[in-house]
Design a protein around this ligand. Structure first.
Ligand code: F6P
Length: 541
């Protein structure tokens, strides 16, 4: 871990190989290897990956796998799954894989019976979710719950919000979920505006139960509720998800109505545990457990499949290939599924909070680029917005295309058109269109250069039969492990997030300067001073 992998012979071999591959076009790679399309595929659970449209050959894959071996990936995977403290800067185990392992996994870590505790919480969540869904759980006025509002931010919001949208077709109990995260008052105001407190359940989700946004929004929701139904209503309308029982009690939520997790679950890796409570209420415990089984299927694949046929390993290594050898700065995720419209936002936290690091686990600076900038939008909307740059711009943007064969609901053959678009895009990105081909269509010579499609733009295509709870679990676990593979190559701690702390503290320090009656006298810097003064002026202070 502490040695600089970029000084290894495996890295040097890849650098040399890059010199040979970089100048080659996917058209040539396909032409010279008729087996390529059939060979460069992997199946894991219900997911089928086609990685033939990458600027890589069998040799590239071999060299990347050698790099992974050099980085000790196999041992690192075992270390994670068995509870070693691989989150070194916080001295914590990293055990999100235990959240979806079977009850009889028998995992004991640092004296804690992890398997027993995980399943005790799952059972408690299931019993509660069933009560709410079956209308046995009633609000303070005796009416059943029709809306669950999850208040949380970051990992306590993005996961359940993304998954609720993804699995809306399974929300069968007539209970809708909403997600409030931003400290912008517009968020909570808009979310509560049309709700009836008597039929609303608030789930306050915060690992630490100290996060400003969440506690402030929770306070506002509490006022909204007690203003309508009185103080006693809190017990029937507020539950908490947290690792911090003391703070939950301090807020006034009965810890009997608290669903716990542990410091070995990172926020961005937590929605398959108690942070998924709002999702579980919406889709039901059985569907939630199907999702966990999907996660576990990918966990097992990642742990046991040979690296050459290991989906997260291959995708993680290809990401390193583009980031560090082709100097790609970003990575697009393009789901051809409206239901996955929050998936790129979810992945932004997962990937960028994990691998947006510039020192290695031992504190030494990294010597190559780390985490790519992840971004994306569902197709086909993206096609009519930013794909122009993907096709003809100067930057290389590797992209993942994600699609499903069966829609939950189809109209007028729309789903086939959606998928035809997805497949056409990856083909156009890979193979493009040459000047000769364009001229042969009778295009005027001066227009030909504008129409040339260079191609050679790398993509992965991930295809599954249907977006089910199980396939969603597999998909999320795929990206979790991809992040792990990349973090292992770069030698960073993918499980801390110190970079977001300073700004949070400074906001708290600065807040009085915006609101005080007397103008403030101290500022962190001259530019901030001028902005604070201008803000106060605009606010008439
Ligand atoms: O933004 C930083 C962060 O710590 C994330 O890692 C986390 O998911 C989020 O804040 C919310 O934290 P909590 O669940 O403790 O409220």
């Amino acid at each position: 871990m502490s040695s600089d992998i970029t000084q290894s012979q495996e890295w040097a071999a890849l650098a040399k190989h890059h010199g040979e591959v970089a100048g080659r076009h996917l058209r040539e790679l396909f032409a010279e290897d008729p087996e390529r399309a059939a060979r460069m595929t992997v199946t894991a659970g219900d997911l089928f990956l086609d990685y033939a449209k990458h600027r890589a050959t069998g040799e590239t894959v071999g060299l990347l796998v050698a790099l992974a071996e050099r980085a000790g990936l196999r041992d690192r995977i075992e270390a994670m799954y068995t509870g070693a403290h691989i989150n070194v800067s916080e001295d914590r185990a990293v055990l999100h894989t235990a959240l979806r392992a079977p009850a009889d996994a028998g995992l004991v870590v640092d004296g804690q019976d992890v398997s027993r505790d995980v399943h005790a919480v799952l059972d408690k969540m299931s019993a509660f979710a069933e009560k709410v869904r079956s209308k046995q759980w009633q609000g303070a006025t005796g009416r059943p719950i029709s809306t669950v509002v999850n208040i949380g931010i970051g990992g306590s919001d993005l996961g359940p919000a993304m998954a609720y949208e993804a699995l809306r077709d399974y929300a069968d109990a007539g209970i809708q979920a909403r997600f409030v995260s931003n400290i912008d008052p517009a968020d909570i105001t808009g979310s509560l505006a049309d709700l009836d407190p008597a039929t609303t359940l608030i789930v306050v989700s915060s690992k630490t139960f100290t996060t400003l946004e969440t506690l402030t929004n929770a306070k506002v929701a509490r006022q909204w509720l007690t203003g309508a139904l009185g103080e006693d209503a809190v017990a029937k309308h507020f539950v908490a998800v947290s690792t911090n029982a003391a703070k939950v009690a301090e807020f006034g939520i009965d810890t009997d109505n608290m669903f716990g997790f542990w410091d070995w679950v990172g926020g961005r890796y937590s929605y398959d545990g108690a942070i998924g409570l709002s999702l579980m209420i919406a889709i039901g415990p059985d569907r939630f457990r199907e999702m966990l089984a999907g996660f576990h299927t990918m966990d097992q694949h990642f742990r046991t499949a040979p690296f050459e046929a290991n989906m997260p390993v291959l995708l993680g290594l290809l990401g390193v290939w583009y980031t560090d050898f082709f100097d790609a700065q970003t990575h697009a995720v393009l789901p051809y599924s409206q239901r996955l419209h929050r998936f790129p936002a979810y992945l932004q936290q997962l990937t960028m909070e994990s691998n947006g690091k510039s020192v290695r686990a031992d504190g030494t600076p990294v010597t190559v680029d780390t985490g790519a900038i992840f971004w994306g939008e569902p197709g086909t909307n993206g096609q009519h917005a930013f794909y122009q740059l993907l096709h003809q711009g100067t930057r290389l943007v590797p992209a993942d295309f994600i699609g499903f064969a069966e829609p939950h609901e189809d109209r007028e053959g729309m789903h086939d058109l959606l998928m035809a678009n997805m497949l056409a895009q990856t083909s156009a990105l890979a193979f493009g269109k040459t000047a000769e081909e364009i001229a042969a269509e009778g295009t005027p010579a001066d227009v030909v250069p504008h129409k040339v499609m260079p191609g050679n733009r790398p993509t992965s295509t991930i295809l599954a039969r249907r977006l089910t709870p199980g396939t969603l679990g597999q998909l999320v676990a795929l990206y979790e492990h991809l992040v792990f593979v990349q973090g292992t190559i770069w030698g960073v701690d993918s499980f801390d997030q110190w970079g977001v702390e300073l700004g949070k503290k400074m906001a708290m320090d600065l807040a009085p300067a915006l609101t005080s009656e007397e103008p403030p006298t101290t500022f962190p810097d001259a530019s901030t001073e001028s902005l604070v003064r201008h803000y106060r002026e605009l606010r008439g202070r």
